[in-house]
Every structure is written in structure tokens, then in C-alpha cells.
Design a protein around this ligand. Structure first.
Ligand SMILES: O=c1ccn([C@@H]2O[C@H](COP(=O)(O)O)[C@@H](O)[C@H]2O)c(=O)[nH]1
Length: 297
């Protein structure tokens, strides 16, 4: 089994697509026919979320190397939601896709070990291939994730420069004269340089928002062994030209996430063939836009 970043690089090359489709099911945005009636139980909503996410996967599986289920939307539904999340992950794998669970986990080292085993370990009930992780608790909190991920050929994506408007509150603050995000980036890069696989990228990836194109390009240059997960493309305003600086010269090194812009595309542009056809058109357009700016795309 190849290391996660090697598998991701191979899948991006094979599909000529750096698009990551985010699975963020929201009750109010489900298409007719999937939307549960008012007063539906958590189990009924969870089943609708499962059906929507699996339907999205079926519509885009040949257009994307990886999907990113957002754990929050499943967790809010309790046990039924988590059962749905596991079914979505299995469905994505059956469709030949890699899966990064967006859970943004972490805690003190000894608790981080439990998170790492739970989400990425050999007997994980969720079976994701990668997990997003917060760096705020420091290096000893990150180590359990990178250790478990390396042992299991999984990956972690560590928050470095997030896409939200308030991210700079802490991430841009100067520490010894340089912004904190740059310090976190240097730590992630050191971890990945020491664990680089065949494709040249190591076990630790970085989350860097499309909404900060200057910092994205700056971090790309400073982090040559680190694969980027770039959220903020589409619904948050990031354009293809904004993410161009996130790619290495060979066109690898980044996957660009779009959630709402793809999975709810039928709201703005319904398709005569149904909601999945509208989702597919949006994914095709996103891939086309990304191919135009991706080196060698
Ligand atoms: O910095 C970050 C980190 C994570 N996210 C997540 O990505 C998706 C974005 O969804 P869109 O609908 O494409 O805006 C969502 O799950 C976020 O939690 C992010 O946006 N920014």
C-alpha cells in the first residue's frame, strides 16, 4: 500500500484533477426528493445526508481524486450521523476515491493518541485515509497523528493559514518577528521533509486557504515537501487564479476543495436530468478551471 501522499499524487495525475469535493450536507440545501419532512428524526436526517453524499460521490467519482466529508455535519446528528459518515467513507472507497475526514482534531499528546488511533489507526471504525488536525497545542500534540499516519500509510493536514476572515487573529500575529502561520508551516515542512515518499511529499500536509493567494504562494515556496489542502475555492470567493500559487512546477502539491459550490450546484443551476447532473456539471467546470491554471494541466 503506497503512502497517502504518493497515492494522492498518483490519483491527481491519473485524473488530471486537483479538485477535492467537500461533503458538507445541510438539511436546508438537500434536493427535492431527498429532503426529509418537517419534524423528521435525527435518523431520518442522517439517512438523507448519507444518500446525498453518496449521490454526490456517484456523480463526481471520475472527476476527483479525493473527497472531504466534513465531520461536523454528521456529528450534529449524534450516533445516526456517525453511522452515516462511516457509510459515506465506505462508499467513497468503493468508488475508488481517497477520503480526508475534516475533523480538525487535537488535544494534549496522550489524548491526541486516542484521536489519532480512532481516526487513522489500523482498527479505526471510520477508515478515512487522512484527517485535518489543529496545531494549537504544539509539537507533542501533532506527533501522535504523524506517527500513526506514517505507520498506516495515512495522511494528516495541519491547519497553517485558514481560509476564514478571522484566521489572522492568531495566525498572522508576529512571533519573534514572523507571523505564526509561517512558524507552523516551518514545523509541518520539517516533518514532511523527514518523511518524504516517492512523490517527494511527506506525511504532514498543510491547510492553506484560497482566500489568501499571497500567503499561499509564499508557503508553497517555503514548503516544498508539504502537500496543500486548499479550501475557500468557490463559495468563499477564492477563484482559480487565486490558487495557482499553491501548485508546484510539475502541477502537483495541492488539492483544491469546493464543497457548497459543487454539492448544492442544483440550487443555482438546476439540470433537466436531475440534481446529480447539476452537481456533475459544477465539478466538471471546477476541474476545467483548475486545469487552466495548474502547471502542466
Ligand atoms: O481553512 C479552512 C479549513 C477548512 N475549511 C472547510 O472546508 C469546507 C469549505 O466549504 P465551502 O462550502 O467550499 O466553503 C468546509 O467544510 C470548511 O469547514 C475551510 O473552509 N477553511
Amino acid at each position: 500500500m503506497p503512502a497517502f501522499m504518493d497515492a494522492l499524487a498518483a490519483a491527481v495525475r491519473a485524473k488530471r484533477s486537483p479538485l477535492m469535493v467537500g461533503l458538507d450536507p445541510r438539511l436546508g440545501n438537500l434536493p427535492d426528493g431527498l429532503r426529509p419532512a418537517d419534524g423528521a428524526s435525527l435518523a431520518e436526517i442522517a439517512e438523507a445526508f448519507r444518500a446525498h453524499s453518496c449521490g454526490v460521490i456517484d456523480a463526481v467519482a471520475d472527476l476527483t481524486p479525493i473527497v472531504k466529508p466534513q465531520a461536523a455535519f454528521f456529528e450534529q446528528l449524534g450516533p445516526a450521523g456517525m453511522t452515516a459518515l462511516a457509510a459515506v467513507i465506505d462508499h467513497a472507497h468503493a468508488a475508488g476515491l481517497l477520503v480526508c475526514v475534516d475533523g480538525k482534531r487535537n488535544d494534549i499528546g496522550s489524548t491526541a493518541e486516542a484521536y489519532a488511533d480512532g481516526w487513522l489507526g489500523a482498527v479505526s471504525p471510520w477508515r478515512g485515509d487522512a484527517l485535518t488536525v489543529s496545531p494549537y497545542l504544539g509539537d507533542d500534540s501533532l506527533e501522535p497523528f504523524t506517527k500513526v499516519a506514517a505507520a498506516r500509510n495515512a495522511g494528516v493536514f495541519i491547519l497553517v493559514k485558514t481560509s476564514n476572515p478571522g484566521g489572522g487573529t492568531f495566525q498572522d500575529k508576529l512571533v519573534d518577528g514572523e507571523p505564526l502561520y509561517r512558524r507552523v508551516g516551518a514545523h509541518v515542512e520539517a516533518t514532511s521533509a523527514a518523511s518524504a515518499g516517492e512523490c517527494g511529499y511527506g506525511v504532514a500536509g498543510a491547510v492553506v486557504g484560497a482566500t489568501y493567494p499571497e500567503q499561499l504562494a509564499e508557503l508553497r515556496a517555503a514548503m516544498p515537501h508539504t502537500w496543500f489542502l486548499v479550501p475557500g475555492f468557490g463559495a468563499q470567493g477564492g477563484a482559480a487564479t487565486d490558487v495557482a500559487g499553491g501548485f508546484a512546477a510539475d502541477g502537483l502539491g495541492a488539492v483544491v476543495n469546493s464543497s457548497r459550490g459543487v454539492i448544492f450546484a442544483y440550487e443555482k443551476r438546476p439540470h433537466a436530468d436531475g440534481w446529480q447532473a447539476a452537481v456533475r456539471v459544477a465539478a466538471e467546470e471546477a476541474v476545467q478551471q483548475l486545469r487552466e491554471i495548474m502547471p502542466g494541466g
